[in-house]
Structures are given as C-alpha cells and as structure tokens.
Write a protein that binds this ligand. Structure first.
Ligand code: HEC
Ligand code: HEC
Ligand code: HEC
Ligand code: HEC
Length: 178
C-alpha cells in the first residue's frame, strides 16, 4: 500500500484516541455512583455494611443470664475462647435482652469433634507451644480407657482442667483394680 508515513501515524493516533475515549465511556457507565467520594472505593459500601444486623456479641453478653457457666469459664484455661464458637451466634438466641431462640448444645461424639477442631495434633498449622494438641487415639490409649470415651468425660468443656485430677484418680484406680 502506498500510505505515507504521516498517514500511518494519523491512523495509529486515531485508533488510540477511539480506544481511549471508548474505554473511558464504558468505565463511566460501570463506575458505581458513590465511587471515589472518600477514596478509591464505594462510599455507599460503608452504609451498606453498617446496615447488616449484628449476629455475634462478646462473651460479656452471655454472662448476665448464665452466671454459673460464666464463673467456671472465666476461671479456666478456656477463658479466651468465645462462647459463640461452641454454641453459635448470639442473634439466634437473644433479642432485646430476652431469650428468643435455642442454641445448639453439642452432645457425646459431637463434643469430641468440636474439641479436635482446635486440639488435634494433625493440624500442623497450630504449633504445640501455641495451643496444646493431642494425637488420637493415642491420648486415650495413654489413659488406658476405652477409645469410645469422649473428651468431656475427663475435661470440663468450660474449664478443661477443672476436674482433671479427679479424672486421673478414677482412671488410675481403675488401672490398679485390673
Ligand atoms: C469449648 C467449647 C465451649 C465453650 C467455649 C463454651 N461452651 Fe457452653 N457448652 C459446651 C458443650 C460441649 C456443652 C454441653 C456439655 C455437656 O453435655 O457435657 C455446653 C453446655 C452449656 C450450657 C448448658 C446447656 C444445656 O442446656 O445443657 C450452657 C448454658 C452453656 N454451655 C453456656 C456457655 C456460655 C455462656 C459460655 C461462655 C461463657 C460457654 N458456654 C462456652 C461447649 C462450650
Ligand atoms: C437474656 C438472657 C440470655 C442471654 C443474654 C443469653 N442467654 Fe443463653 N439462655 C437463656 C435462657 C433463659 C436459657 C434457657 C434456660 C437455661 O438453660 O438456663 C438459655 C439457654 C442457653 C443454652 C442451652 C440451649 C438453649 O438455647 O436453650 C445455651 C447453650 C446458651 N443459652 C448459651 C448462651 C450464649 C453462648 C450466650 C451469649 C452469646 C447466651 N446464652 C446469652 C438466656 C440467655
Ligand atoms: C476454639 C478453639 C478451642 C476449642 C473448640 C477447644 N479448645 Fe481447649 N483450649 C483452647 C485454647 C486456646 C486453650 C489455651 C491454650 C492452651 O493451653 O493450649 C485451650 C486449653 C485446653 C486445655 C488445657 C491445656 C493445657 O494448657 O494444659 C485442655 C485440656 C483443653 N483445652 C481441652 C479441650 C476440650 C476437651 C475441648 C472440647 C470440649 C476443647 N478444649 C475445645 C482452644 C480450644
Ligand atoms: C480418660 C480421660 C481423658 C479423656 C477422655 C481425654 N483426656 Fe485430655 N487429658 C487427660 C489428662 C489426665 C490430661 C493431663 C495429662 C497430664 O497430666 O499432663 C489430659 C491433657 C489434655 C491436653 C493437654 C495436653 C498437653 O500437652 O498438656 C489436651 C489438649 C487434651 N487433654 C485434650 C483432650 C481432647 C481434645 C480430648 C478428646 C478428643 C481428650 N483430651 C480426652 C485425660 C483425658
């Protein structure tokens, strides 16, 4: 083709111009309304987030109605663990300082599954120095009890070492009786 050097440059410049204008136009169509009001994000997102109803409260929100559990929990090695981690969200249970729904309470084998979510040696991402872990069934074998035992048969769920000496006495005396 016999296009001159200048002509080619012009076509190139025109092409870039059309692509840029088109791009900016499409961007303006896609840009959410409140984008950029405070910074490079949607300003409306803040209000939307604030509208989401609160599902979880702190342990303190449980204490007034459950003083018995609270006292044991606060005194034991599980004091830093959220009640709701094991029982589910506050909002399913309480509204306007009244009980409005039932929270799940784990039983038997479900309790063991729950404990092992944090205390299983196989979770190598949690080093033993940070959280004490046990290997199963080794932990039960070393206590010489049946492997059908669940964790709460020796550990109080709310304060895991509360009755541990009593549990030891029972397993040890059972051993001696053999
Ligand atoms: C590590 C998990 C865990 C944590 C943390 C925990 N709980 Fe529990 N809780 C349980 C389990 C499991 C049971 C059932 C115990 C059983 O059957 O031996 C239970 C039982 C209960 C019960 C009795 C339910 C019933 O009707 O039988 C109440 C009430 C309760 N917990 C409240 C609380 C409160 C309040 C907190 C925080 C201060 C809390 N729990 C923290 C695991 C936990
Ligand atoms: C406004 C009072 C109130 C508050 C706050 C409250 N509870 Fe309860 N909860 C009750 C009552 C009443 C019961 C039924 C009687 C009982 O077990 O003591 C109950 C029962 C439970 C049970 C047994 C299962 C059930 O739902 O009946 C669990 C588990 C429980 N609560 C956990 C919690 C946790 C965890 C919190 C904090 C997030 C909490 N509760 C906050 C009043 C409350
Ligand atoms: C959300 C994670 C979590 C769950 C679920 C949990 N624990 Fe714990 N547990 C901890 C943390 C954190 C500690 C304190 C750090 C430590 O000592 O390992 C602890 C401490 C303990 C200890 C004392 C360890 C020591 O220092 O000698 C025992 C025993 C224990 N838990 C048993 C249980 C049992 C039994 C269950 C099930 C009812 C359970 N844990 C559920 C996190 C958890
Ligand atoms: C037959 C009783 C018994 C049962 C069942 C039992 N434990 Fe233990 N556990 C003990 C005793 C006793 C100790 C304390 C050992 C010691 O003296 O150091 C202990 C210690 C622990 C420790 C601390 C380990 C450490 O390195 O200090 C954790 C974590 C633990 N148990 C978790 C569990 C979990 C999770 C379950 C259920 C899967 C469970 N245990 C079931 C008796 C039991």
């Amino acid at each position: 083709m016999g296009l001159s050097y200048k002509m080619r440059l012009l076509i190139l410049a025109l092409g870039i111009g059309i692509a840029t204008t088109g791009g900016l136009f499409i961007k303006s169509l896609l840009k959410p309304e409140s984008f950029g009001v405070y910074g490079p994000y949607r300003a409306a997102a803040i209000d939307e987030e604030a509208q989401i109803p609160i599902r979880h409260a702190t342990n303190v929100s449980c204490y007034s109605c459950h003083p018995y559990e609270a006292k044991i929990h606060k005194a034991g090695l599980h004091k830093t663990i959220s009640c709701e981690f094991c029982h589910g969200p506050w909002a399913d249970h309480v509204a306007g300082s009244k009980k409005v729904g039932t929270l799940p309470v784990k039983k038997d084998g479900e309790i063991t599954t729950l404990c092992l979510r944090c205390h299983n040696t196989e979770i190598t991402a949690r080093p033993h120095e940070v959280i004490k872990t046990v290997a199963m069934p080794g932990h039960l074998e070393s206590q010489k009890v049946k492997l059908t035992h669940n964790c709460n048969q020796c550990h109080h769920v709310h304060a895991p070492l509360k009755y541990i000496n009593r549990a030891k006495q029972i397993t040890e005396s059972a051993e001696k009786a053999l």
